[in-house]
Design a protein around this ligand. Sequence first.
Ligand SMILES: CCCCCCCC/C=C\CCCCCCCC(=O)N[C@@H](COP(=O)(O)O)[C@H](O)/C=C/CCCCCCCCCCCCC
Length: 218
Amino acid sequence: MAGSWSSDNQKFCMREVLDTFKLCLSPDKEVYLEHYVAGWRGLVKFLNSLGSVFTFISKDAVSKIQILSNFLSGESSSQYVTVQSMVSYELENQLVDVNKTGIHPESGCRTLLRLHRALRWLELFLERLRTSDKHSKTSVMCSEAYNESLAQHHPWLVRKAAGLAFVVLPGRTAFFEVMNVGPPEQVVAVLGEALPLILEVYQITEDLYAKHHLLDLP
Ligand SMILES: CCCCCCCC/C=C\CCCCCCCC(=O)N[C@@H](COP(=O)(O)O)[C@H](O)/C=C/CCCCCCCCCCCCC
């Protein structure tokens, strides 16, 4: 994800990461896997900059990003240009564990599903950040967003560890500074622009997965 750290001052810039999600949609509303993965790569860099408490989360995200990157550069890369082409290719070639027998534990479809669920968390969290005021706590916003989304797919131990990590999130002011977007009004404006696109990418993927009965892949 070149560009999420500005070359001038080596500071992370969230605007560039969010812009990557804008590149995800093709004119006919397919989701480009390359940009989707690049967006997550940028977010993981941001997560890493928050400290080692978040390492267990970023490691999991990185392993999923790596699986998808391998497909993007592998011998069947032409089948992995969009999420739509990936789903068709993997289903047509029985590469997805639709019968929950434990085969194909690292298909593109199941790997992307994990990031797709996390995208819902991101959307809920960013919407809370956008509408927050200076007294709002990032830890509360993050944990509310998590409980409404990802938590429903995680076992007790992961939920507990995530809850402990949220407590050490920086306060809203420091959080906005790390985002490096500018003053709070500008953060709100950038989020207001990015969120509808993230929502659209999420909804297109959700509809595609629902249509093919892929939302519960083990
Ligand atoms: C403008 C501000 C932006 C905020 C930037 C946020 C940066 C977040 C970057 C990455 C988010 C991490 C994405 C996590 C993907 C989790 C996928 C998942 O559900 N994995 C579980 C299931 O995988 P399988 O076992 O089925 O392969 C796995 O068990 C998870 C393990 C790790 C725990 C995941 C907790 C996720 C918490 C949500 C992220 C909180 C980040 C807070 C930072 C603000």
